[in-house]
Design a protein around this ligand. Structure first.
Ligand SMILES: [Zn+2]
Length: 406
């Protein structure tokens, strides 16, 4: 008989490996684990040793695979009378929770795979586990690490909304520590009440330390920030404004297309992305085509020029100059006279304070945009469609921030 032993792979206290059966087809092994009678059982509830064994019971528990073999443990464990708790309890096992059907090390492996970015479905499939089990494991691991809101010394925030499902009015609010890139908090909804919950739980001294908050031109957020952090400067970030203006461009471009005929119509056909992309990102033939359109259509030429001018407003360091540029922008828009353009100019003028605040707090739009894109990727992998709490934990995990600020 060989001196090789499997017991090194089960290095657990208070139990002993008593036998193993290996099946060839499909490859599987059943390892029998029994209490080591030299030790007194420990109560699962209170952790105290128990003197009286009530009965012995058995459970099948999945373990990590061994080589190409699926590993199943047949675990015998004791029910005890605990003097300390004053009742019948099960004994504490080091390697598994007897209410679960898998070992701690298998659960840790599943959580690690989820952490690496695999979807719950992929991990469940890979380990031959129930997706519900995998999700519960991952969620519990995340909750332990990210469940509590860490405020730290927040100074600048960026707050944004994210749509959970495309085309549905199902939103979450994301609060980012702008200085480190860490997602601090996520909550359901995108109204003032959502943000009120966040600020309401925030310690007053942290609230008082908030200097600036970057947001979209969105009244609900403005209202909440003004109420809770009256000293914080509200900054409207370029990303959202450009996004909103791109929609205006697209609507007007569509109108122009519908009203055009002949050659003009065919030139405008399918030109949406020529307007949305930045000039530098267009291929040479696309630049030539866009130029043709701009020469041909005065209104679209004005719109394109305004789009460029919009970016310039955010490049100023002095509020005086930025203010002049806003005036210039609005004046050109009003001259054109298209109602959608005039309405956008009115909005820009109304929210001018938050654009001018950008001079003092130049919060770069690329960071907010980067976070937005990262969250979209997490959404695509398939987390959180039914469980916004789990989704929020996944986002916090993916965006833990850098330790040092800049
Ligand atoms: Zn007890």
């Amino acid at each position: 008989m060989s001196g090789l032993s499997v017991r090194h792979y089960f290095p657990w206290c208070r139990v002993k490996v008593t036998s193993q059966n290996v099946n060839a087809q499909p490859r599987s092994a059943l390892v029998r684990i029994e209490p080591d009678e030299r030790y007194r059982p420990i109560c699962h509830e209170c952790g105290q040793p128990a003197r009286t064994v009530h009965s012995t019971t058995r459970r099948f528990i999945r373990d990590l695979n061994f080589a190409d073999t699926t590993m199943m443990l047949q675990v015998e464990y004791r029910k005890i009378w605990c003097d300390h708790c004053g009742g019948v309890r099960v004994e504490q096992l080091e390697f598994a929770d007897t209410s679960q059907r898998l070992t701690h090390r298998l659960a840790a492996y599943a959580a690690e795979l989820c952490r690496k970015g695999l979807s719950v479905a992929a991990v469940a499939d890979h380990l031959d586990l129930d997706p519900k089990t995998v999700k519960a494991i991952d969620k519990a691991a995340l909750q332990a690490e990210f469940g509590e809101t860490r405020y730290g010394d927040l100074r600048r925030l960026a707050i944004d909304e994210i749509a959970l499902k495309k085309g549905q009015k199902d939103y979450m609010t994301v609060v980012l520590d702008y200085d480190t890139g860490r997602v601090v908090w996520m909550g359901e909804g995108h109204g003032a009440a959502t943000l009120d919950r966040f600020f309401g739980e925030m310690p007053p001294e942290v609230r008082a330390g908030i200097e600036a908050v970057a947001i979209d031109m969105w009244e609900a957020y403005i209202k909440s920030i003004k109420q809770w952090c009256p000293n914080a400067k509200i900054v409207f970030d370029l990303f959202h404004v450009v996004h909103a203006f791109n929609e205006v461009i697209d609507q007007i471009r569509n109108e122009e297309y519908r009203n055009a005929d002949g050659d003009a119509r065919s030139t405008l056909k399918g030109s949406k992305y020529l307007f949305l992309k930045n000039w530098g990102n267009l291929a040479e033939d696309q630049q030539i085509r866009l130029n043709e359109i701009l020469v041909m259509n005065e209104r679209l030429n004005t719109l394109y020029w305004l789009k460029d001018l919009l970016r310039h407003i955010w490049s100023y360091h002095r509020p005086g100059w930025a203010g002049k540029m806003i005036d210039e922008w609005c004046s050109v828009a009003r001259q054109d006279g298209h109602p959608k353009l005039v309405r956008f100019a009115r909005r820009l003028d109304y929210f001018r304070y938050g654009i001018l605040n950008h001079c003092q707090y130049p919060m770069h739009t690329s960071r907010i945009e980067g976070v937005n894109n990262k969250i979209k990727v997490i959404k695509r992998v398939g987390y959180g469609y039914h469980d916004s709490e789990y989704f929020a934990l996944k986002v916090k995990q993916a965006l833990p921030g850098r330790p040092e600020s800049n």
